[in-house]
Write a protein that binds this ligand. Structure first.
Ligand SMILES: [Zn+2]
Length: 427
């Protein structure tokens, strides 16, 4: 089978499409226009079926060969960030036209790669099995993967359910967990491979990063709220000031960290916000005569493995409960914005490595996972998957930097890699 490739004109159209997405960024949960544009694009590519409204604004396009064979899914993200673009963007004709939002993580580029793959599949449909293109919403908040996979419309059954997947509400295979969906609820059966790309600024353009097992960190945040009661500042002993419990929590967070990323027990417990007040609803104006009666603290935890993260957070929460009890405070804790660790399937990592070598692409040092969370991790917890990193160029500003802009030169590189993967799998 000849390698699929796009002609120059189609690539230019794809770059133009990417710039249009960049001009009209939509933040997590608000991706209606971006989703519409992608659905229209894949319909134009002759997708066999297109599901919309998955887990919010998710779009799933299917290219069905009509022959028996594996189900492969390629996934990209729809959402932009709630960050304004920096002053350099003013020079760019395709700068963001929506105030306070911008594609500073390159999701416009990832989505365009997926759109390009649609064109490749239009020109050369899969020879067997099915190829799915998933445009996933709300990646930045860690909610999209879960929303998509727990949507009643999601046409697949998980092949396994790890603890983290079960906690996210994913249905286990073989009816292990509660109200498991029967086979009839999964018209396409199971997924044999889930594949995603993330661009990597500051690394050479088009160089490939791929490692077995942990690819991105397990990340979860904790929202803590203490309720005591106020007292005159002259008589603090008459109140229940949560300051002591907040202090203990901050100390415990710092104590439990293992900041050396070379260590397998690497752990960060980073305070992101703290409030201490008479009343958490009215903390803007300090009341100097009154001792605080309530507090809130927000922390973000990350570790190389799910297990390490869970154990550390369990221990941290137990300690906080004990402190609250000692200081006679009510304590409410909630885990939020969880990103499951991405576990790259070894067989898929081998395929990516072989494809990269066949294309003469350089492989980057991938000894350590990335510290950021990526909610594609949840896909890899429920079935075999691989997250591929692609260098975005040494001069490309970092992800989420106000001056970041996805390098269009990466699109043909990513498409060549995807095409090679499909070719090698006989799809
Ligand atoms: Zn991203």
């Amino acid at each position: 089978m000849p390698q699929r490739a796009l002609d120059k004109q189609t690539l230019q159209a794809l770059e133009q499409w990417r710039k249009e997405r960049h001009q009209a960024p939509e933040t997590a949960g608000n991706e209606a226009d971006t989703a519409d544009a992608f659905a229209a694009w894949v319909r134009d590519c002759g997708a066999t079926s297109v599901l919309t409204g998955l887990g919010g604004h998710g779009v799933l396009a299917c290219f069905d060969s009509g022959q028996a064979g594996p189900n492969w899914l390629f996934r990209a993200e729809l959402d932009a960030l709630p960050i304004p673009e920096g002053p350099d963007a003013k020079e760019r004709p395709h700068r963001s036209q929506r105030e306070g939002a911008a594609h500073l993580c390159g999701h416009d580029g990832h989505l365009s790669i997926l759109a390009g793959l649609g064109r490749l599949l239009q020109n050369t449909p899969p020879a067997k099995g099915r190829v799915f293109l998933l445009a996933q919403p709300a990646e930045e908040t860690g909610q999209g993967a879960r929303a998509v996979m727990t949507d009643p419309q999601w046409p697949f059954q998980a092949t396994r359910t790890t603890a983290v997947a079960a906690a996210a509400g994913l249905k286990a295979p073989d009816g292990e967990q509660g109200d498991h969906a029967s086979k009839s609820d999964a018209p396409f059966g199971t997924l044999d491979a889930c594949i995603a790309i993330h661009n990597l600024p500051e690394l050479p353009l088009g160089h490939v990063w791929c490692r077995e097992d942990s690819a991105t960190a397990a990340v979860s945040s904790l929202a803590m709220h203490w309720k005591g009661y106020t007292a005159h500042a002259a008589e603090p002993e008459n109140g229940r000031n949560p300051a002591f419990a907040v202090q203990a929590a901050l100390q415990e967070a710092a104590r439990m960290e293992q900041r050396d990323p070379e260590q397998s027990d690497f752990l960060l417990a980073v305070p992101v916000q703290a409030k201490l007040a008479v009343d958490p609803e009215r903390f803007a104006e300090p009341a100097y005569g009154t001792a605080a009666g309530s507090a809130a603290l927000h922390l973000t935890f990350r570790a190389w493995t799910q297990k390490r993260l869970e154990a550390a957070m369990d221990a941290f929460e137990a300690e906080a409960e004990e402190q609250a009890e000692q200081h006679e405070l009510a304590l409410d804790m909630e885990r939020v914005e969880a990103f499951a660790a991405c576990r790259n399937a070894p067989a898929l990592v081998r395929r990516v490595t072989e494809a990269a070598i066949a294309l003469d692409m350089s492989l980057l040092d991938a000894r350590r996972p990335f510290r950021w969370g990526e909610d594609f991790g949840l896909f890899t917890q429920a079935q075999d998957g691989v997250l591929i990193g692609l260098g975005a160029g040494e001069t490309c500003p970092p992800l989420h930097h106000p001056e970041y802009d996805f390098p269009d030169a990466l699109m043909p590189v990513a498409l060549a890699l995807y095409a090679k993967l499909l070719e090698q799998a006989g799809l």
